[in-house]
Design a protein around this ligand. Structure first.
Ligand code: M6R
Length: 364
């Protein structure tokens, strides 16, 4: 049932505050200043490296998590796409941790990657949305995303619940490894608890997203740029747009722009910059400046502070509430979903059932 929405995807976008709240209820303690989670079959101190494997949107959730584990838990992370990982047969150190992320828990390549990791004697942990799925049954430890059934082929609420659960894991690892202070630990937990309310605020910019989507719907190519965890959101934004609007889009690390893709920029190319005012803001701003100098049509997604730091008369702007720099990707996922959704609606494509795609890819 789509309720009052025209598509399941729209309904699922709007369900995000509620499903994140629901998910976090399972992982935050009553006063929201600490974590609770299923017992782990390993000690974080004994892990020397994490391997994360997934496909599509779940892979981009893993890419965000790589930055989180490395920055706060000081744990090295390898991340790979399941279809590459399984045939690459990488050597893994016995007793390390492998994390598999999947909404359906039935993606063939992800399942095969997990079977391989088992032969390498990894502790296998799944972040999964379907409790009785093949992946959930195959691993040693399951961290559920409580997103409810996701019907739209384009993943939305599964992605942000995956991010929320992965944030819990990274914060838990950091606390256990004592790479953050008790103060920072509480601060991260409380910041996580605030995400659903901030998401409600972000959803209010839907009208503006629709306006921007008119511009996007006329483009042939669109670039998404970001640094750090915003790079992963840029990749996810481009995937979402390609998948449902059939417009060619690329996500790029902002710093890579001058190593090639800047040659594409002219006044017909919208460039969507994911740039919360974090430690990397100035760096991303200088890349956006290069785009503007070549007449690219910049759409800047930032918070009030970021927009203030970067006054340019020609930018189209989306303003998000300020959030903890660590958790910004969970919020910045929403505008890229809404931009893709409205662009597809304007183009008249089949939003919930895009051509050539299946909800879960159970063949390789
Ligand atoms: O069920 P899974 O999370 O394993 O699916 C992985 C991908 O097939 C999936 O995320 C796909 O990329 C989405 N359609 C993207 O919106």
């Amino acid at each position: 049932d789509k309720g009052n929405f025209s598509h399941f995807m729209a309904k699922e976008i709007h369900e995000q505050p509620q499903v994140i709240r629901q998910t976090l209820e399972n992982y935050l303690n009553a006063d929201k200043s600490g974590l609770q989670h299923p017992p782990l079959p390993f000690n974080w101190q004994d892990i020397s490296r994490i391997t994360i494997v997934a496909c599509g949107t779940a892979y981009y959730a893993g890419l965000v998590a790589k930055y989180w584990f490395e920055s706060i838990a000081r744990l090295p992370v390898e991340i790979d796409i399941a279809s590459e990982f399984r045939y690459r047969t990488p050597p893994l150190i016995k007793g390390d941790l492998a994390i598999f992320i999947s909404q359906s828990g039935e993606t063939a390549d992800t399942l095969a990657a997990q079977a391989y990791a088992k032969t390498q004697e990894q502790h296998c942990l799944a972040v999964v949305n379907v409790p009785e799925s093949s992946l959930a049954r195959a691993v040693d430890c399951v961290f559920m995303t409580h997103a409810g059934t996701e019907i739209g082929v384009a993943s939305t609420k599964a992605f942000t619940t995956q991010l929320s659960v992965l944030a819990v894991l990274a914060i838990a690892a950091a606390q256990a490894r004592q790479t953050i202070s008790q103060n920072d630990y509480q601060h991260h937990c409380m910041a996580l608890a605030q995400i659903p309310a901030l998401m409600d605020e972000v959803l209010l910019c839907e009208h503006k997203c629709r306006e921007i989507a008119y511009q996007l719907s006329k483009a042939r190519d669109i670039l998404y740029l970001g640094r750090g965890t915003s790079y992963a959101i840029a990749m996810e934004g481009a995937l979402k747009l390609k998948e449902i609007s059939y417009i060619h889009a690329e996500g790029y690390a902002a710093g890579e722009l001058k190593h090639g893709p800047i040659a594409l920029i002219d006044d017909t190319v919208p460039v969507i910059a994911i740039a919360p005012s974090d430690a990397l803001f100035e760096k991303t701003a200088s890349n956006i400046q290069e785009v503007a100098a070549r007449k690219g049509r910049v759409i800047l997604i930032s918070d009030a502070e970021g927009h203030e730091k970067f006054p340019h008369p020609d930018f189209v702007r989306l303003t998000l509430p300020a959030t903890s720099p660590l958790l910004s990707p969970i919020l910045y996922a929403l505008p890229v979903q809404m931009l893709a959704y409205h662009t597809a609606v304007i183009k008249g494509t089949d939003v919930d059932q895009p051509r050539n795609l299946a909800k879960s890819v159970t063949v390789e």
